[in-house]
Write a new protein. Structure first.
Ligand SMILES: [Fe+2]
Length: 238
């Protein structure tokens, strides 16, 4: 894939290893299944594994195997990151509530995962690969005078091969600007996802990423930001 710069309209894909994907590229908010998919973010339990004691994150989690164009959910299990990748919350097995079966099995979600795998194959000039895909539904909440931190660990690698950050929705909030840096800590992309269905696809092996805190844009009101994060790791031969 040849590199392209993002245009002001956001209709163009930025250069690998950080791709900016407009709504409709992977998932269309006009899809009849989108409303129920986005509404499922209203039913996320609080993340009780926050080493900073924060109560600003809600989430659900699921793991899949993607091979031969087929996406299969695997038995529920703990999420684990090395401390090198997540000094704040890594180094321990964290158990999160499972993603609802009716969402993970939906046509929309299955197409989203398969479409992302196809884009990765295109962007990395690789043939079809088998992937272990982890799905994280996140809601970050901000109360009046109390910001919410999308990644409390700051700039980081997820410790996988590719990462998709898809904006699902949110209320009136300020902040939430994503930043991507290369191996020399040079910023290669700064972008605020604003449109549901808009996404960043990152080569996690070569770039690291972070997102600025969110705050309520309306004094005295709470605010939230909903995202879906999909991580792709090449499945090991067993
Ligand atoms: Fe991340």
């Amino acid at each position: 894939m040849t590199g392209q710069l993002a245009t002001a309209s956001g209709e163009c894909i930025a250069t690998p290893p950080a791709l900016l994907l407009p709504p409709g590229k992977l998932v269309d908010p006009g899809d009849p299944e989108w409303a129920a998919f986005a509404r499922s973010w209203d039913d996320l339990p609080r993340d009780t594994w926050m080493a900073d004691g924060g109560t600003y994150r809600r989430r659900r989690y699921a793991v899949f195997e993607v091979a031969g164009g087929k996406c299969t959910r695997l038995p529920h299990r703990a999420h684990y990151q090395e401390r090198d990748h997540n000094p704040l919350n890594g180094g321990v097995e964290r158990w999160f509530a499972p993603m609802a079966e009716n969402q993970s099995g939906s046509r929309l979600f299955q197409a989203l995962v398969s479409g992302t795998a196809a884009l990765i194959a295109d962007a990395s000039a690789q043939g079809p690969s088998s992937w272990t895909v982890e799905a994280h539904q996140f809601r970050i909440e901000a109360l009046s005078g109390q910001p919410g931190l999308p990644p409390p660990e700051g700039m980081h690698h997820d410790g996988r091969d590719w990462v998709l950050i898809l904006l699902v929705g949110g209320s009136d909030y300020a902040g939430g600007e994503s930043r991507v840096e290369d191996g020399s800590d040079t910023c290669i992309l700064e972008y605020r996802l604003t449109r549901p269905g808009e996404a960043l696809l990152l080569d996690d092996r070569t770039v690291h990423h972070g997102t600025t805190p969110i705050e309520s844009a309306i004094p005295g009101a709470s605010a939230w930001r909903d995202t879906l994060v999909l991580t792709f790791a090449q499945a090991r031969e067993s």
